[in-house]
Design a protein around this ligand. Sequence first.
Ligand code: C6P
Length: 409
Amino acid sequence: MNVESLRNDFPLLTRTFHGKPLIYLDSAATSQKPTAVIEAESEFYEQKNANPHRGVYALSEEATEAYEGARARVGRFLKAASPDEVVFVRGTTEAINTVAFGLGRSVLAKGDRVVSTVMEHHSNIVPWHMLRAAPGIHLDFVGIGDDGRLQLDELDRLLALKPKVVAVTFVSNVLGTVNPVREIADRAHEVGALVVVDAAQAAPHRPIDVGALGADFLAFSGHKTLGPTGIGVLWGRSELLEKLPPSEGGGEMIREVHLDRVSYREPPGRFEAGTPNVAGAIGLSVALDYLEGVGFEGLAAHEKKLTRRAYDRAMERFSDRITMFGPRPNGDREAVLSFALRGVHPHDIASLLDAEGIAIRSGHHCAQPLMERLGVPALSRASPYLYNTVDEIDRLFEALAGVEKVFAR
Ligand code: C6P
């Protein structure tokens, strides 16, 4: 993987802020986009724009073909049994809401249990929370150990209560922990639970094989995976999607509408009410081409190197004045680097780094239960990706040393 030449594919990385070249370290929030993705979106609008599935004229048929081609591309990315298992949605949030509310109106009844974990993003907690009111489910959470990994013995204890659903993130957006999804799915299936996997932070970094993972439903967002905003994917096993009631009603998702009754199309159309984000779907398919063209093996090696460098620099410069969260750098983890610097609030860190052209995120990272578990109000988070260099990691830690000095005065 040649990072220097690959950076030329990302026009935004040439920007400067406050007179300094941008060092973008917030890819877990959203990735930057390669020119190929940006051009694919504008090419759709310049050449193919029409409402898919509606017109019988040639232009609409081209739009339909491009949209369905994108679906097939995503299907191959996920190693889905069929493109019909791929539902286009706005992002991970909409995907999990679609599953939660669909199950809430079909599989789940009052008193049923759903198991999630304390390391989830709010989008894999709040929809389930909402089902506490109706149909009236119980929600249980698997905790984490001090090593930032799920306590699987606790999962076993909760599985003994026979939950109907286990909803788990593949990779934590705060800790970088990679959860053993296959093992969790096997244990969940033994008690008959459905397994919902949040792959928002996994899809950008590792190949996904939904069958090998043992998932029943899986969600990811295009914008974290080099693709456009406003497009994401809900994948579901065919026989489960067929039984899932839609959460939204409207155009194109129906088979027949009468004044006294309505029937729905087969999946995936049933879950795509209204005019879809065709340009976004095409952009996403090109993003996946780009990502697979780079190659996940090279990407993993590069991210490992950046993670290792960050830990080394953190220890050299700050020793026990810095706390790095999540599993140790040599284990199976992603390059999501959350940290706390003694005596400095994360928001001050992010603001002072911004003055150096460095973009990191600070806050609760939409994971308040995890912040509570870690005993912190907020954290700083640097999340490098394929276009970041070792030099940028060094500059992050140099700038952090400057921040520390400001607060030592
Ligand atoms: N995390 C972050 O900075 P949406 O917003 O729907 O594309 O993705 C939601 C989501 C779901 N699950 C996980 C694990 C996530 O990390 C995210 C988004 C961003 O960490 C924005 S809060």
